[in-house]
Design a protein around this ligand. Structure first.
Ligand code: R5P
Length: 303
């Protein structure tokens, strides 16, 4: 079975990097927008009987990218694809993993169900909540960018650094960074007030006089990170601040919010496509090589 890479419009740069690491060219396809907002997808190359990987993070605009992914799957299936894998480096809706007030939809479950209707398996990276794995009826491969990010951090951390989880949900993730970098951990108790605003209850750990490395699975509006950093500075942390996160959505006015802080480094991956934000000290670590290696192994093992 031949291996083929298809991309939607969410992150063609990453798809190109994966294809080039595998020494193949991207399968030709087009996605069009109709004036009424409908999408139309066409796969031009023959994918009959092939092992097809569709690369598409469900990043903003989340719902459009999700539908594009499902339409690409439909088009590939109709062209007789042998096996279809969704490569969703950033999985949107992951934060809607339970009912908090009792009246909400569980978006993460619905999206998992939708993907499983069209794909034989799904590959993703650093899910917001690893427990979501249980939502997938198809086989799920869950990779992590933590060791790539920890490698990038290694040169700039010192004995005075401390890994900080900006909320309780990030404590296990912080511990993984701390183990890799041999550093202590602190954490912050956060309460979410709205999609954009959070409030900090307390900072737990010996942060005084230390350089914080604040880590998270994702940065969206920046509210969590910015509030965490302000609280750390109030608690006597040094102003040399580093942040690291797998997924950098940086929506709304996130860039301006960060611009007011004394950030030394902001290390993220390319799971989500961003055009350059010159105002921030962003360093991007590519997950392209890691995904390509994994696809190669999956393809050879399951051929
Ligand atoms: C929440 O639990 C996540 O891990 C992130 O901390 C959060 O979703 C980031 O969103 P924002 O940047 O909008 O605060």
């Amino acid at each position: 079975m031949r291996l083929s890479i298809v991309t939607g419009r969410a992150n063609p740069v990453l798809a190109e990097a994966i294809a080039s690491a595998l020494d193949i060219r991207l399968t030709s396809c087009t996605v069009k927008d109709f004036p009424d907002g409908e999408l139309q997808v066409e796969v031009h190359d023959d994918v009959r009987g092939q092992d097809v990987y569709v690369i598409q993070p469900t990043s903003p605009p989340v719902s459009n990218h999700l539908l594009e992914l499902l339409l690409l799957a439909d088009a590939c299936n109709r062209r007789g694809a042998g096996r279809l894998t969704a490569v969703v480096p950033y999985f949107g809706y992951a934060r809607q993993d339970r009912r908090v007030k009792g009246a909400e939809a569980v978006g993460a479950r619905l999206v998992a169900d939708l993907l499983c209707t069209r794909f034989h398996r799904i590959l993703t990276i650093d899910l917001h909540n690893p427990a979501i794995e249980g939502f997938f009826a198809s086989h799920l491969e869950h990779l992590s960018a933590v060791s790539l990010l920890a490698d990038a951090l290694r040169g700039s951390v010192s004995r005075d650094s401390i890994i900080v989880a900006p909320d309780l949900g990030a404590v296990k993730l912080a511990q993984r960074y701390a183990d890799l970098l041999n550093l202590p951990v602190a954490y912050i108790q956060k309460v979410r007030l709205s999609g954009r605003e959070v409030s900090i209850r307390s900072v737990v750990g010996e942060v005084y006089g230390r350089s914080p490395v604040v880590i998270d699975d994702m940065i969206s509006t920046g509210g969590t990170m910015v509030s965490a950093i302000e609280a750390l500075l109030d608690h006597g942390c040094l102003p040399e601040i580093t942040i690291a996160s797998t997924h950098a959505l940086l929506v709304s006015d996130a860039a301006e919010r960060f611009a007011n802080l004394t950030l030394q480094r902001m290390i993220v991956t390319d799971t989500v496509y961003r055009s350059a934000e010159e105002s921030l000290p962003i360093e991007t670590v590519s997950v392209g090589g890691m995904i390509a290696d994994f696809l190669k192994r999956m393809h050879e093992t399951d051929a």
